[in-house]
Design a protein around this ligand. Structure first.
Ligand code: PLP
Length: 385
């Protein structure tokens, strides 16, 4: 199935989107312009000046391309996913404003919203997105935006954006979606009513475990506001990170489709094993959000969560025995990785806080890579024995 975004499919846009016509003698790969500053015309402040201002050649090219992938007017690449979330929200909210945020969010985002934003006079209410009419009930006249993450890290829950976007449009709020877990191959939130899309580009967009970066996509005027935050809060990426991100992005379609296929096979295999108590994967028909995932997503993704029957002790043994799957934080790359969110993505939360959003101790998050599915399964099988 080829996903058409206007005249070109997503796989083509990932390689050529926004590129200028090349002529004889031009390099096929766009060059890395690793300079912090640029020669300036005398008597004007216009033009390319300094890398922190975010308009370098490596930035402009990839920002155009990512906007096309998301179906957004514009995008901006920042130095990390956290930098992207912070600048995206600071561009939307002023002191005195109120933010409604899903309680089912990445640990770092949870900390940013609950520990930092109140110091800037921004009030944040965490909402259980699976409670009926939850958003409407907590709306205030100061509410400016709704922030959600979908699919959710690490539980792989999937939110239905339709009722949320219906509300944000009715009341005039901005709907901000962190869709890191899906990548634009599997999910394009703007098509479902979102106003702003955030990614940790460290994950699927780059996909090779070697670049830290983040993305915000939205309207042209809003991205200009995010750029102002990026400049003064110093969240601009280095040109080399942008160049690597462009290289990684070219293969996103083949990578993510392979990850989708691998994860589906592995999730099915795991769900038949008595050593595994629970498999969380939105592609399985017993997943609580399976029907929503079918409506929202083009692919169920490469992320799986597992709970072993033997609890914490079995988890420790299992992790020590794995050979191919690497015990490491982060996700979305070509290597299969496994981690315990209590020590990584959600370490900033208490055990009780984690349990409330479906992450008991011993919970394992698997990021499926692009190795052969049989080899990944063989590794899991030998580690379970
Ligand atoms: C990793 C992650 C982030 C943070 O991104 P960094 O690039 O590590 O700063 C934000 N949201 C989600 C869902 C993530 O998985």
């Amino acid at each position: 199935m080829s996903k058409k975004k206007g005249p070109q499919a997503l796989s083509t846009i990932a390689i050529h989107g926004g590129a200028e016509t090349r002529h004889a003698g031009d390099p096929v790969v766009a060059p890395l312009v690793q300079s912090v500053n640029y020669v300036q015309e005398v008597g004007t402040g216009a033009g390319l000046k300094y890398t922190r201002y975010g308009n370098t050649p490596n930035a402009e090219r990839i920002q155009k391309r990512i906007a096309m992938l998301e179906g957004a007017e514009a995008s901006i690449v920042l130095s990390s996913g956290m930098g992207a979330t912070a600048c995206a929200m600071l561009a939307l909210l002023r002191p005195g404003d109120h933010l409604l945020a899903s309680a089912y969010i990445y640990g770092g985002t949870h900390r940013l919203l609950t520990e930092e934003f109140n110091r800037h006079g921004i009030d944040v209410t965490l909402v259980d997105p699976f409670e009926p009419r939850a958003w409407r009930k907590r709306l205030r006249k100061e509410t400016r935006a709704i922030f959600v993450e979908s699919p959710v890290n690490p539980t792989c829950r999937v939110l239905d954006l339709r009722p949320i976007s219906y509300l944000t449009k009715e009341v005039g709020l901005a709907l901000v979606v962190d869709s890191t877990f899906a990548s634009p191959v599997n999910f394009r939130p703007i098509e479902h009513g979102a106003d702003v899309v955030i990614h940790s580009a460290t994950k699927y967009l780059n996909g090779h475990h070697d670049v830290l970066s983040g993305v915000v996509a939205g309207t042209e005027s809003y991205i200009q506001e995010v750029l102002q935050k990026e400049m003064v809060w110093g969240q601009t990426p280095d040109p080399f990170a942008l160049w690597l991100l462009e290289r990684g992005l070219k293969t996103i379609d083949v990578r993510v489709r392979r990850q989708n296929d691998n994860a589906m096979r592995i999730a099915h295999w795991c769900s038949d094993r008595k050593e595994i108590k629970r498999v969380h994967y939105p592609g399985l028909s017993d997943h609580p959000d399976h029907e929503i995932a079918r409506a929202m997503l083009d692919g169920f993704g490469g992320m799986i969560a597992l709970e072993l029957s033997g609890g914490g002790k079995a988890t420790d043994k299992f992790l020590r025995r794995l050979k191919l799957i690497t015990h490491a934080a982060s996700l979305g790359g070509v290597d299969s990785l496994i981690c315990e969110p209590r020590y990584t993505s959600h370490a900033a939360m208490s055990s009780e806080e984690r349990a409330r959003i479906g992450i008991p101790d011993g919970f394992l998050r698997l990021s499926i890579g692009i190795e052969d599915a049989d080899d990944i399964i063989a590794d899991i099988e030998q580690a379970l024995k």
